[in-house]
Design a protein around this ligand. Structure first.
Ligand code: NAD
Length: 380
């Protein structure tokens, strides 16, 4: 049973899908692990550490993929790179399938079983495999650190002999995994924290972290959470009421961090250009939703810039990758927890249980075809 860990080829990617710790565990299950030279470099893991954990180091991608039964990656590997893998190999990665249907077909064409880690059900059994949570948690933390470092003042109240510095005001919009961690981090740094969301369950969570909750709590708000625990797209009427409520609040904030997402939809627009204009010079907006269209009308993907009225807008891409070592460590553990369930520990071979709900939920391609229900041709 051969496991391959390639260098990530997407330019922005700093993470790696295995660490010396998970390599050791895979070897303990009877696997041979090959890591491509340099795969861990941006996460602070030199080849020597992978070697010391028992991995073989391959010089090229071709040598890494050759005869692999399992490929572990952060981003979806290019179909062409998979030419040398074993028939029916399992490729486990963040597949980003929506809008990339052609790439999915290409992946299917290689004959691999491709698994999308982001489709892992959010059930108790799969919590240790939940890459969305492990990475969003780090993104929420990093958003506060990025916001604080772009902000030209201190966050906590400081009473010094030279005078008193007031605490910064931080507003978190969207209180899922990232937002909750952002609240906790901002509180630890001494800011005065408020937060908003459209799901009623978040009110208690926000307050339990010592922050103040602000939302339009009407009838629609009471129904805003889906059975899966996600937010619904709110009506135009609700959005208008939400904007009216938050506009005057945003004008008084030093840092606003936005994390609001709706599954399968563009990110909701929560901060208009007018709201940005109402903020004081030197204040900062960190838009974590920028890869999905942004919560702030003026956010630019991959850019940090200052608006005409002196507001800094931070639109970093791949925010978990800005904490590459920690993000890789947690991502690699998520992958190990899932892939371990596909290994027959007696026979030391790959043995996928096709009836397992985790396999069914994440499997994108099998036997040359795209098999996931979300990507089937629509019947007329
Ligand atoms: P997400 O990334 O999809 O969205 C982030 C937040 O944005 C959500 O809280 C959402 O309600 C909010 N949002 C959407 N539209 C908004 C708007 N117009 N204004 C303000 N906020 C808006 O969310 P997530 O972090 O993936 O969490 C989604 C759910 O999954 C939560 O209920 C969370 O508790 C749950 N969850 C469960 C598990 C588990 O059981 N294993 C693990 C992680 C998360």
């Amino acid at each position: 049973m051969r496991i391959a860990v390639p260098v990530e080829t997407e330019g922005q990617e700093t993470r790696v899908a295995a660490t010396p710790e998970t390599v050791k565990k895979f070897i303990g299950l009877g696997a041979d692990v090959t890591v491509q030279s340099g795969a861990g470099a941006a996460s602070g893991i030199p080849d020597a550490d992978f070697e010391a954990a028992g991995a073989k180091i391959a010089a090229t991608a071709q040598d890494t993929f050759a005869n692999a039964d399992i490929v572990l990656a952060v981003r979806r590997p290019q179909a062409a790179a998979l030419a040398g893998v074993a028939r029916g190999a399992a490729v486990v990665a963040t597949m980003d399938p929506y809008g990339n249907e052609a790439a999915l077909t290409g992946l299917a064409g290689t004959g691999v079983n491709a698994f999308a880690m982001e489709f892992m059900p959010r059930i108790t059994r799969a919590q240790s495999m939940d890459i969305l949570s492990s990475q969003a948690n780090l993104a929420g933390y990093r958003a506060v650190i990025d916001g604080a470092s772009e902000y030209g003042r201190a966050l906590p109240m400081m009473m010094t002999a030279a005078g008193t510095v007031p605490a910064a005001r931080i507003f978190i919009m969207g209180v899922g995994v990232a937002g909750l961690q952002a609240i906790a981090t901002a509180r630890r740094l001494g800011a005065i924290v408020t937060a908003t969301d459209v799901r009623p369950a978040t009110k208690e969570q926000v307050e339990s972290l010592g922050a103040k909750f602000l939302a339009v709590e009407d009838e629609e708000f009471q129904q805003a959470q889906t059975a899966g625990g996600y937010a619904k797209e709110m009506s135009k009427d609700y959005q208008a009421k939400q904007a009216a409520l938050t506009a005057s609040h945003i004008a008084k904030q030093d840092i606003v961090i936005t994390t609001a997402l709706i599954p399968g939809r563009p990110a909701p627009k929560l901060i208009s250009a007018d709201m940005v204009r109402s903020m004081r010079p030197g204040s900062v907006i960190v838009d974590l939703a920028v890869e999905r269209g942004g919560n702030c009308e003026l956010a630019r993907p991959g850019e940090v810039y200052v608006t005409d009225n002196g507001v800094k807008i931070v639109g970093h891409l791949n925010v978990p990758g800005r904490l590459a070592a920690t993000a890789s460590s947690l991502y690699a553990k998520n992958l190990f927890a899932f892939v371990e369930t596909m290994i027959d520990k007696e026979k030391k071979t790959v043995a996928i249980n096709w009836d397992d709900e985790l396999v069914k939920a994440t499997l994108l391609t099998r036997d040359g075809a795209v098999v996931h229900p979300n990507f089937q041709p629509k019947s007329e």
